[in-house]
Design a protein. Structure first.
Length: 278
């Protein structure tokens, strides 16, 4: 009887391991549905006017995607499958993932640094592989800002080294979890500094409308919005309302100052850290 029981346990475990992965609550934070203040009136014209935007429930990854995580994706799906766009600039001197004995491996010491040199198409494909997607511009800003009009994820204090990675030398990224004091109201980390981030939004003037033609960017037309700030950006360029964008040529290339994180609208309920309040 004991042997049968052990056999059943082993069989069940094997079946569970073989099941495909759905969107899971692994370090992903809930940004609860509601309106927030987007943009600002005292900055560049493309950040104005400050206006209210309603965002539905969205779960966004707490950390930027790392070199080690992206290497797993490359090993599972390939660098550039037939008919796909270039995903990763592996031949760039700034790349931190390389082929070692036939497998993609993160460079030693950079495994948990945010991945660089990933094109917008590579970021899109990675998130789809995870059962997720890139966040919209509005989702990104709400996750970083909350609903109190703060200028930085951590509040109103000016940027400082214990809050964000900025003002660094070229390509001097850091692991994604080293600045807990810089977390957003939703406990999302590294929203400003280290690397800017790809979104799925086409650049358009404000006011932002969720029922317009801003999403999704596909590469067919328009410019794609990039949010956040990089490790080599100066302090005075940090601000969570800052908007940058790339045309298709820029979206199809990797950059040493652009990374990404994924999001999902799939209801992960209360199993996620930062899940629904009771």
């Amino acid at each position: 009887m004991i042997l049968v029981t052990r056999s059943v346990v082993i069989l069940v475990a094997a079946v569970l391991l073989a099941l495909p992965a759905a969107a899971a609550a692994d370090g992903i934070m809930l940004v609860q549905a509601g309106a927030f203040w987007m943009g600002r009136d005292n900055g560049p014209a493309d950040e104005a006017p400050q206006h209210r935007v309603y965002v539905r429930d969205v779960w966004i990854e707490r950390h930027k995607v790392t070199n080690a995580e992206f290497a797993l994706f490359l090993n599972a799906t390939g660098l550039r499958p037939p008919g796909s766009e270039r995903r990763y600039d592996e031949d760039d001197a700034d790349a931190r993932i390389h082929r070692v004995r036939g497998r993609w491996v993160a460079d030693r010491g950079f495994e948990v640094h945010p991945v660089v040199e990933v094109s917008w198409f590579g970021a899109r494909d990675y998130c789809a592989w995870k059962g997720r997607r890139l966040p919209t511009e509005a989702e990104w800003e709400k996750a970083a800002r909350g609903d109190d009009r703060r200028p930085y994820p951590w509040g109103v204090a000016p940027p400082a080294p214990h809050l964000a990675v900025f003002g660094r030398a070229y390509n001097a990224t850091e692991p994604t979890d080293r600045r807990p004091d810089g977390a957003s109201p939703y406990r999302v980390l590294d929203m400003l500094g280290n690397l800017r981030e790809w979104t799925v939004t086409i650049f358009r003037p404000y006011p932002y409308r969720t029922d317009g033609d801003r999403e999704p960017y596909t590469g067919a037309t328009g410019r794609v919005v990039i949010r956040g700030a990089s490790h080599d950006d100066p302090a005075d360029s940090l601000g969570l309302t800052r908007r940058r964008s790339y045309d298709r040529r820029g979206a199809a290339a990797g950059h040493h100052f652009v990374g990404f994180r994924c999001a999902t609208s799939e209801d992960l309920g209360e199993v996620a850290p930062g899940g629904r309040s009771q």
